[in-house]
Design a binder for this molecule. Structure first.
Ligand SMILES: [Zn+2]
Length: 129
């Protein structure tokens, strides 16, 4: 069992007709990293069929290219979730409180899904994609 890997499977939203560019997503990640005062060692985009993002304890954060076709609110939810894992490596009360606080700037996604962030994390080994 490898608890270093954080696997995420958020419920997808309706895809955008025009995906944003990888540069836009990485800019959003950088903006949130700065805002949350974290420093990802590496940010990557890659094809992932079953999850939206993963975060290793070494600070490498990987986002699915499919995320580029997701609405801004959904991208933000995934990005903030992963950035917070650089502070809190689990889904305990502190993590959930921080997530709710930072996503409260726009609660539409939370209201729609009824969840402020309870993604399913598996304990699969980290994929080296
Ligand atoms: Zn997580």
């Amino acid at each position: 069992m490898n608890r270093d890997a954080r696997q995420h499977s958020f419920a997808p939203s309706e895809p955008l007709s025009t995906p944003v560019s990888p540069e836009v997503l990485k800019a959003e990640v950088r903006a949130w990293a700065e805002r949350l005062d974290v420093a990802p060692a590496e940010v990557r985009l890659t094809g992932m069929s079953r999850k939206w993002a993963s975060c290793s304890t070494r600070g490498r954060v990987t986002f699915a290219t499919d995320l580029l076709a997701q609405p801004e609110t959904f991208r933000r939810e995934v990005i903030v979730h992963e950035m917070l894992h650089l502070k809190v490596p689990n889904h305990g009360p502190l993590f959930r409180a921080l997530l709710a606080a930072h996503l409260s700037v726009d609660t539409s996604q939370i209201l729609r899904t009824g969840s402020p962030g309870e993604p399913q994390d598996g304990e699969l080994p980290e994929q080296d994609l």
